[in-house]
Write a protein that binds this ligand. Structure first.
Ligand code: NAD
Ligand code: IPM
Ligand code: MN
Length: 350
C-alpha cells in the first residue's frame, strides 16, 4: 500500500526535526510492508521569503491531497517586524485540513524521571493526554488591529465543543476512563457554553466516563502539584496551547512531546508541540524525539499502521533508556546522532 506524506519543514529547527521524522518513517516502512512517498513544501517564514505568502497555493494543494502532513515548526524573529506572519500559515493549514482535534500525549519515559524539574516521587506515573480544540476560539475570531485599540474575539459554537468533547470521551474509554475539562466558566461565556455542552454530552452518550471540571488558573497549579492525577484533559484552543507547554516539561523537555491534529475529512497533521527554537537552530542541538513520536502518531492515525507506530515508540524508549539524548535531556549527542541511534534500533528490533 503506497501513501503520500507531505513534509513541511518550515523554519528554525523545523528542517532538523522534519528530517528526523522522515528518517524514522523510512526506517520502519519496509518492516511493515509500507511504501511511503515524500514531498516537501514551503510553509511559514521560508514561504514568505520564497513566495510572499506563509501558506502558498502549491503547499495548500499538496497538503489537501496527501494521506498525511508532517510539520516541523514555523516562525522566528526574522518575521517579527510587521508584514505577513509565519504562524498565519500554520493556522490556515489547520483550518483548511479541518484539523480540529489536537492530541498531545505527555508521558514519562521509564528511567528518565530524574529529568523532570519536579521531584521524582511527584511525577511518577504521569501519563496524560491533552485534547486541545484547534480550529476555533480566540485564535480564529474576528480581529481588530489598530495603533490605539486591538481586539481578538473568542467564539465557540455548541457543535464545535461537542465534536472535540467526543474525541476526549472516546479517548478516555481507551485509557483510564477519566476526563478533566478545563475552562474559565467563572468569567467567560464561551467557557460556560463549553461546560454545559460537555456535561450534557457525557450524561447522554458517555455516562461510563468520569468527568470533572477545573478552572484554567487552578489547572496550571494542579498540573505541577499532582501531574499523575490526570488522564484525559479536554480544553479549548488557547488554554490547551499554554497548558501543553507546561505539561511537556514535567516529562523532561518540550523536545520530547509529539502531537496529532485530526480531521473528519483528511488524514491529519502531525507536529511536535515545540516551536522553531531560534536560539538553537542550525546547531545540531534540537531534540528530534518529539518529531519522531509525531511520525509514530501519523502511522497510527493516518495510515492505520499501529504496529509500525509502536515499533518507532519502542526504539525511541530503548534509546532514551540507554542514555541517548540531546543536551535538553542531559545528553551529549547532536540531533543527527540521536536520529541515527533510533534508526539503528528500529533496524535491530525489526
Ligand atoms: P519554542 O518552542 O520554539 O522554544 C522554547 C524553548 O524550548 C527554547 O529555549 C528552545 O530552545 C527550546 N526547545 C524547543 N524545541 C526544542 C527541541 N526540539 N529541542 C531542544 N530544545 C527545544 O518556543 P518560542 O521560543 O516561544 O517560539 C519560537 C518561534 O516558534 C516563534 O516564532 C513561535 O511563534 C514559533 N512556534 C511555532 C510552533 C509551530 O510551528 N508548531 C509552535 C510553537 C512556537
Ligand atoms: C503550537 C504553536 C502554535 C499555536 C502557533 C505557532 C500558532 O504555539 O502549535 O502550539 O499557538 O497553536
Ligand atoms: Mn504552542
Amino acid at each position: 500500500m503506497s501513501h503520500t506524506i507531505v513534509l513541511l519543514p518550515g523554519d528554525g529547527i523545523g528542517p532538523e526535526v522534519a528530517a528526523a521524522a522522515r528518517a524514522v518513517l523510512e526506517a520502519v516502512a519496509p518492516h511493515h510492508g509500507l511504501s511511503l512517498t515524500f514531498e516537501s513544501h514551503d510553509i511559514g517564514g521560508c514561504a514568505i521569503d520564497a513566495h510572499g505568502d506563509p501558506f502558498p497555493e502549491a503547499t495548500a494543494k499538496a497538503c489537501a491531497t496527501a494521506d498525511a502532513v508532517f510539520l516541523g515548526a514555523v516562525g522566528g524573529p526574522k518575521w517579527d517586524g510587521g508584514g505577513p506572519r509565519p504562524e498565519a500559515g500554520l493556522l490556515a493549514l489547520r483550518k483548511t485540513l479541518g484539523a480540529f482535534a489536537n492530541l498531545r500525549p505527555i508521558t514519562l519515559f521509564p528511567g528518565l524521571e530524574h529529568l523532570s524539574p519536579l521531584k521524582e516521587e511527584r511525577v511518577a506515573g504521569t501519563d496524560m493526554l491533552i485534547v486541545r480544540e484547534l480550529t476555533g476560539g480566540i485564535y480564529f475570531g474576528d480581529k481588530v488591529e489598530g495603533d490605539d485599540h486591538a481586539s481578538d474575539l473568542c467564539s465557540y459554537s455548541r457543535d464545535e465543543v461537542e465534536r472535540i468533547a467526543r474525541i476526549a470521551f472516546a479517548a478516555a474509554r481507551e485509557r483510564k476512563g477519566r476526563v478533566t475539562s478545563v475552562d474559565k466558566a467563572n468569567v467567560l461565556a464561551t467557557s460556560r457554553l463549553w461546560r454545559k455542552t460537555v456535561v450534557a454530552l457525557r450524561d447522554a452518550d458517555y455516562p461510563d466516563v468520569e468527568l470533572d471540571h477545573v478552572l484554567v488558573d487552578a489547572m496550571a497549579m494542579k498540573l505541577i502539584e499532582q501531574p499523575s492525577a490526570f488522564d484525559v484533559i479536554l480544553t479549548e484552543n488557547m488554554f490547551g496551547d499554554i497548558l501543553s507547554d507546561e505539561a511537556s516539561v514535567i516529562a523532561g523537555s518540550i523536545g520530547l512531546a509529539p502531537s496529532a491534529s485530526l480531521s473528519q475529512t483528511h488524514g491529519g497533521l502531525y507536529e511536535p508541540i515545540h516551536g522553531s527554537a531560534p536560539d538553537i537552530a542550525g546547531q545540531g542541538k534540537a531534540n528530534p524525539i518529539g518529531a519522531m513520536l509525531s511520525a509514530a502518531m501519523l502511522l497510527r492515525h493516518a495510515l492505520d499502521a499501529g504496529g509500525a507506530a509502536a515499533h518507532i515508540e519502542r526504539a525511541v524508549a530503548d534509546c532514551l533508556a540507554g542514555g541517548v539524548g540531546t543536551a535538553d535531556i542531559g545528553g551529549t549527542e547532536h540531533t543527527d546522532a540521536v536520529i541515527a541511534a533510533v534508526c539503528d534500533r528500529i533496524g535491530e528490533a525489526g
